[in-house]
Each structure stands twice: as structure tokens, then as C-alpha cells.
Write a protein that binds this ligand. Structure first.
Ligand code: SAM
Ligand code: CA
Length: 248
């Protein structure tokens, strides 16, 4: 818990420029073109409203960007996801994009250590008519996952799991999630290109948040690249999302 609040304090102290949500594309103009041409003109009203409210939050830079929400929404429809999980909710941008993609009887088990931020988005989620699909659990994700594995009934039941929380634990989450996702199901790990730092030379200038977690992201990326239980696809959407499809 301490490490998380320490990170949030560090984030608060950063200027927008040091930790701005720059895209991984070759120019900001190209990213802007994607947003203005393919995303904003057809962005559903609830997602727009939540994005605009989230932009006022002091940690707005950690929110899922609109193009990634659009991607998640389409992906979930393509795989006919029904039973899903999200680790790391913040104000709910990816959560709402997920909830809007699921059928009316779809479910999202959503976890975050902080309920306050979730409550910023909750009225919009309710207004969108999708709150009944969400079960929000406040607390550290790891003990919740361990309890689910111990009780045995959730084994191999999830169609889709989105992981967007503490990067230092991705590798530990993976060992649990591989048990909970169904064979043929997907796990999406977010921020796996970590502002492009994963391919930066060792002496490249980078802010301390990027520097602090870079080795965890590198270690995680290396581990899953050779994991025989999954197929993977690393996509340069948002800050990089790695899709893992469980095969055994
Ligand atoms: N998916 C969100 C969105 O669409 O905007 C962004 C999530 S933000 C990058 C990361 C979130 O993970 C924060 O809200 C933080 O409180 C939460 N978090 C960090 N460590 C956690 C942990 N160990 N267990 C559960 N939640 C955690
Ligand atoms: Ca993220």
C-alpha cells in the first residue's frame, strides 16, 4: 500500500510534460489524426463524458486513452466476452468501455485499492445502464485472486481479463490469471511498452517513474515471450498492450 501511495505522490509531483500521455507513434500529429478521425467522432457519449471528467483528475495521465478504450470495446465484442475481470480501475475508462461491450448478462469483476476514484466514474456508468454488470471489490488484487484460486470454483472461467495496475506484480498476477482465464480466453496486460523505454538505450533520459518500473516491465515481457501456455501479441495501442491467449 505504501509503495502505491508513494507512486501517486510522485505522479502528482511530476509536470504534465515529464509524464505526458504521448503516443508511441512516430508523431503526436499522427496520434491526433487517429483520435480526430477514427475515435472522437464516434465515441459513445458516456465514454466521452467520463474521459472529460477524468481529464480534470490530477492523475489523468494514468487513465486509459480513448483509442485504447475503443480497441478494448471492439475486441470484447469480437471474442463474445461475457465473464471478465479488470485489475486497476481508476475512474473507470476501460471498465466502462468493457461494460458497454458485454451482453446484458455479462459480468466484470473489477478490483482497485481505491474506491474513491471509481466513484468519480460510477454515476456515468450508472447513467449508461451498465452498472449491473460490475462487481467492484476494493482492495489489493493479489489476495482476492489467491482466494478465488483457493476456493476452486473460478478456475478457467474468465473470457477476458484486463490488467492495468501495479507493474511490479504483473508477473505474479500472470501465474494466477493463467489459472482463472479459460483455455482460448484472453488476458490483456497494459503499458507493456512503458512509454517506449523498453527499447531505450541505458543512458537515455527518462523520468523516475518510467525508470523505477522499467525493469519490472522488461522482466515481465521477457517471461511471457517464452511462456508455452499462451500465444501473445504485443500491440502499440495506448502505452502498449500485450494480448495473451491461453492455449493449454
Ligand atoms: N484502467 C484504468 C483506466 O481505464 O483509466 C487505469 C488504471 S490505473 C493505470 C492503475 C490503478 O491500479 C490505480 O487506480 C491504482 O489504485 C490501482 N492499483 C495499484 N496497485 C493495485 C493493487 N495492488 N491492487 C489493486 N489495484 C491496484
Ligand atoms: Ca494503463
Amino acid at each position: 500500500m505504501e509503495a502505491i501511495s508513494e507512486t501517486k505522490t510522485e505522479l502528482t509531483n511530476l509536470s504534465g510534460q515529464e509524464f505526458s500521455r504521448r503516443s508511441l507513434l512516430q508523431s503526436d500529429a499522427l496520434y491526433q489524426y487517429i483520435l480526430e478521425t477514427g475515435v472522437y467522432p464516434r465515441e459513445p457519449e458516456p465514454l466521452k463524458e467520463l474521459r472529460e471528467i477524468t481529464e480534470k483528475h490530477k492523475w489523468n495521465m494514468i487513465a486509459t486513452p480513448a483509442d485504447e478504450s475503443q480497441f478494448l470495446n471492439m475486441l470484447l465484442k469480437l471474442v463474445n466476452a461475457k465473464n471478465t475481470m479488470e485489475i486497476g480501475v481508476f475512474t473507470g475508462c476501460s471498465l466502462l468501455a468493457t461494460a458497454m461491450a458485454l451482453p446484458d448478462d455479462g459480468k466484470i469483476l473489477a478490483m482497485d485499492i481505491n474506491r474513491e476514484d471509481y466513484e468519480i466514474g460510477l454515476p456515468i456508468i450508472e447513467k449508461a445502464g451498465v452498472a449491473h454488470k460490475i462487481e467492484f471489490r476494493e482492495g489489493l488484487a493479489m489476495p482476492i485472486l489467491d482466494q478465488m484460486i483457493a476456493n476452486g470454483k473460478d478456475h478457467g472461467t474468465f473470457d477476458f481479463i484486463f490488467v492495468d495496475a501495479d507493474k511490479e506484480n504483473y508477473i505474479n498476477y500472470h501465474e494466477r490469471l493463467i489459472d482463472l482465464v479459460k483455455v482460448g480466453g484472453l488476458i490483456g496486460y497494459d503499458n507493456t511498452l512503458w512509454s517506449g523505454s523498453v527499447a531505450a538505450p541505458p543512458d537515455a533520459p527518462m523520468n523516475y517513474i518510467i525508470k523505477k518500473y522499467k525493469d519490472f516491465v522488461l522482466e515481465f515481457n521477457k517471461a511471457i515471450s517464452v511462456d508455452p501456455r499462451i500465444e501473445i501479441c504485443m500491440l502499440p495501442v495506448g502505452d502498449g498492450i500485450t494480448l495473451c491467449r491461453r492455449v493449454i
